[in-house]
Ligand binder design. Structure first.
Ligand code: NAP
Length: 326
């Protein structure tokens, strides 16, 4: 059994109270309260010689994560859907980290055939991949569909990332310590797993669609941890708290206005992703993290994902994403 000192116990209690209060834990207050008690993070050069892919890296948390990984010495691939925004992000990262090696790869992660093309190009250029961060995110106010006719938040947060991971599995398996990260959201606590994945039977609400797919990311990370364990690939999910990004300003303007001064910087929001990618020893696979600490996947005692429903939903998503065809 681990014995905690009085100081560690106090820090753990404060951390947990902040987490359950949501406002303190998720805002910049939580970050500032906690980061003082953290052990030293990964040293400079911790990711030297490693290759990291970050989706949705043209702004906000994705760009900040890519910059954080580059600071630790990783060669970084920015997966973006808009070339101009991708090149701008690359310039900003290179300015902040002058010695960094940063590539831009075009791909609409919600489009399954674009994902196939992207995976083929990446495999040729980067036969070994060490870190993959599934960060791209959307919160559309109206129901919309991807190129293959799937509801867009499901396609962006779940189907496309599942397919990309599977297609790049050989490259990840070539790493001696591969880590796949899923940038979920604290919003996932508000929604259970449901079977109307595409909002074909129930009324679409953007925040509900967003939170359901963020819940799926966390639940699937647990399943993927087992699927990829034989290849030594670790899978981790996390939430960043509330950070000031273009996504929050555009999709949640009321929230952004009210909570604005309490929002984290993008770098603070990205901190746990960068830490999970680089910390040593590797964190336990399949867990959910926030502010460098493992978090519960449900807040209320006795709550859990219905295992039979999770299996059915997994089977449908895996089939749609093409995971069972190879
Ligand atoms: N900020 C927060 O407080 C917060 C809280 C909880 C969770 N998160 C999660 O953190 C992640 C990043 O969010 P953010 O706040 O940084 O928002 P953001 O600034 O809007 O960034 C989202 C990124 O995803 C990209 N993207 C969206 N759809 C894509 C697609 N189909 N293909 C490729 N790229 C795509 C966007 O590209 P474009 O530039 O082309 O639009 C953008 O670069 C999201 O998964 C979000 O759910 C954020």
């Amino acid at each position: 059994m681990m014995i905690l000192s009085a100081r560690e116990l106090c820090a753990t209690l404060l951390d947990t109270v902040a987490d359950r209060s949501v406002l303190i834990g998720y805002s910049r207050l939580g970050y500032r309260l906690r980061h003082r008690s953290w052990a030293p993070g990964p040293p400079p050069g911790a990711l030297a010689g490693r290759t990291a892919l970050v989706t949705g890296a043209s702004s906000g948390l994705g760009q900040a994560t890519a910059e954080g990984l580059a600071r630790l010495g990783a060669r970084v691939i920015l997966l973006v859907r808009n070339e101009e925004r991708g090149l701008r992000a690359r310039e900003e990262i290179r300015r902040a980290v002058p010695e960094s090696e940063v590539d831009v790869e075009l791909c609409d992660i919600a489009d399954l055939s674009a994902v196939d093309g992207c995976a083929a190009r990446l495999t040729t250029r980067h036969p070994v991949l060490d870190v993959m961060v599934h960060n791209a995110g959307v919160l559309p106010a109206q129901r919309s569909e991807s190129a293959q006719g799937h509801e867009l938040t499901l396609a962006t947060h779940v189907l496309g990332p599942l397919r990309l991971t599977e297609r790049l599995r050989p490259a990840l398996a070539g790493s001696r310590d591969a880590r796949v990260l899923w940038m979920s959201s604290g919003g996932m606590y508000t929604q259970p797993i449901t079977e109307d994945l595409e909002f074909r039977e129930s009324r679409y609400r953007g925040a509900v669609a967003y939170s359901r797919t963020k819940r799926l990311q966390v639940a699937f990370a647990g399943l993927l941890a087992r699927r990829y364990a034989p290849d030594g690939i670790g899978v981790h999910s996390l939430h960043p708290g509330w950070a000031d990004t273009p996504g929050v300003a555009d999709s949640l303007p009321g929230f952004h206005r009210v909570i604005g001064p309490l929002l984290r910087t993008p770098a603070e929001g990205a901190d746990t992703a960068v830490w999970l990618a680089a910390t040593s020893p590797a964190p336990e696979s399949g867990r959910f993290w926030h502010d460098r600490r493992q978090r519960p996947t449900h807040y209320l005692p006795g709550q859990h994902d219905d295992p039979a429903r999770l299996q059915r939903v997994w089977a449908r998503c895996a089939h749609t994403a093409g995971l069972d065809d190879r």
